[in-house]
Each structure stands twice: as C-alpha cells, then as structure tokens.
Design a protein around this ligand. Structure first.
Ligand SMILES: [Zn+2]
Length: 294
C-alpha cells in the first residue's frame, strides 16, 4: 500500500467542496492544503505529541497566534482566545450581523430527525454536506438578521431544533427509509415551517426542493457496523483506505475492519506521513440499534 500524500502539518479537519470531501492540513505558515478523500485512497499518518488550536482563518491562512494546546478527544478545536475572536462564532452567537445574504434551510438526518439552520448563500450546499445532512431543502433567503429571526421562530415552534448531537446523527445513518418516505417527511416539515407564520417581510420564501446527499456520502458502502474512534493518543498511527466520507465522518477500511473517525476529533493534531502499523487509539462499536446506548 502506498503512502497517501497528506502533507505534513496541522490537521484542520474535513471540508466539503461541492461533491468532494477533503482533508485540510495547514503548513507552518498556516496555508491550508486540501487533499481529496476519494474512495480507495490510502491514508497512513502518525499524530504529533500534542494537540493544538486550529486558530482563526484570515485570508487563505489559518493559525493560532498563541500556539495554544487544546484538550484531546473533544470536538472543540479552538483555544479560548481564538474562539472569542473567530468571526464565524461571533455570528453564531448573534454578537455581530453579517452583511452577506443567508439561506434558511431544513435538514433531515433520519426518521424524525430534522434540524433548522442558516448558511451564507455563497457557501452553497457545503455547510449541509459538512453537517452530514442526508437530505435538505431551502426554506427562504434574505439578510442575516431576518433569516436568523425565522430560524429562531421555527425552533421555538418546536418544528425542528437548531442543533443535533453527533450520536443522534450517526444513529440515523443505519435507519434509512426508502427515498419516497424521506422526501415525504421533509416536504411535510417544509409545509409546517411555511405555515409557522410570523416571518419577516424582508425574507424571500423559496419553494420546496429536496437535495439528497445519500449517494454523495456513499451510504450504500456504509458497513453494517463500524469501530468508531473515541480516543486518539499522542503519536498514535492511523492506517487504512478511504471507504467513504459522511459529513465530517471518515470511514476507513483497516486491517481491523471498517473504522470511523470524526474529522473534528482529528482536527488540531499535527500529521506526519508514515509506514508504521496502526496503534494507539480506542474505538466503540456503532451500527443499527447502537444509539439506544446513549
Ligand atoms: Zn488559538
């Protein structure tokens, strides 16, 4: 097996560009290289001896000005200082108004698992792909403040929450109804949201149009169970070949069987290509019914 050409550097996690998932790695200057995570490509990397803050993006670079360490095995990828100054997080906590136009969307993660959210129009479908939405429809577009107001109204009416846990989303992957039922459920929720009322006049409603990600995520290649990596330790070695990428969950074929790795768990670790054997991580099984444990 040849070594996958991930450049050495600090992992920034998994990102989607249109229909392609990429692994981002920042070099010493903070410049982010993106490597396509195509099916069958080998990935063999050794992690560094500690995990670092991924920093704040500025122009085409991203780095932590303090070089701070962060806790291992959490989905938090920034130090407190970077989290406080990150423009994206300021928007998320309503601390600033973004001048760009926004989309309001309804995402579907499995039977009964809807979520309402917002994303800049310029990001297209990428945010939905990165969230792992199996299907979605736009609801409306407009200025940030009015789109955010509509999002809160839908959440307050308990039609769909603004957040979904990772474990909830993962459970949906093994509970996929036929395409017609997925579409019917999303459309019914769309109609309810439209009837929710009280939307500001500056908001432009958009017609129902279901976009599916099940094929793009290669869910037909998802094994019946996977070993989900829960703990990464310093200098551990990950080795396998890409089976598929669902949202920011990387599914690898390894010598020990199918293994799932969260891009958010990997972000912040320095990566170095290696030919060493895999070692140093812990897993828990995931598959149909596993969600009852949580
Ligand atoms: Zn930082």
């Amino acid at each position: 097996m040849s070594t996958y050409s991930v450049p050495a550097g600090l992992c920034g996690g998994i990102r989607w560009r249109g229909a392609n998932a990429t692994l981002t790695v920042a070099d010493e200057s903070g410049y982010e290289h993106e490597s396509a995570l195509e099916e069958g490509r080998p990935l063999r990397v050794r992690l560094g001896s500690s995990r670092f803050c991924v920093g704040v993006r500025q122009d085409d670079r991203r780095r932590c000005p303090h070089g701070n360490h962060i806790s291992r095995n959490t989905s938090e990828t920034q130090c407190r200082s970077c989290a406080a100054t990150d423009p994206g997080r300021a928007i998320a906590r309503d601390a600033v108004v973004d001048p760009r136009p926004f989309h309001l969307y309804l995402a579907w993660f499995g039977p009964g698992l809807l979520k309402v959210g917002i994303t800049t129009v310029g990001r297209g479908h990428n945010r939905l792909a990165e969230q792992g939405a199996l299907a979605f429809t736009w609801l409306a577009q407009g200025p940030h403040e009015v789109i955010r107001e509509a999002e809160r109204a839908i959440a307050a009416a308990r039609l769909a929450p603004e957040r979904r846990k990772r474990t909830t989303k993962l459970a949906g992957l093994w509970d996929l109804p036929p395409a017609a039922r997925r579409r019917a459920e999303l459309e019914a929720a769309y109609q309810q949201a439209v009837r929710c009322g009280g939307w500001p006049s500056a908001l432009e409603p958009l017609p129902f149009h279901e976009v599916e990600h099940t094929e793009m995520f290669g869910l037909d290649r998802l094994p019946s169970t996977v070993a989900d990596i829960t703990t990464l330790t310093p200098t551990c070695v990950l080795a396998g070949s890409v089976r598929t990428v669902v949202g920011t969950e990387l599914v690898l074929d390894t010598d020990d069987g199918p293994t799932m790795l969260s891009g958010r768990l990997l972000a912040g670790w320095p990566l170095q290509p290696t030919d060493a054997a895999p070692v140093g991580y812990r897993t828990t099984p995931r598959g149909p019914g596993e969600h009852v444990l949580f």
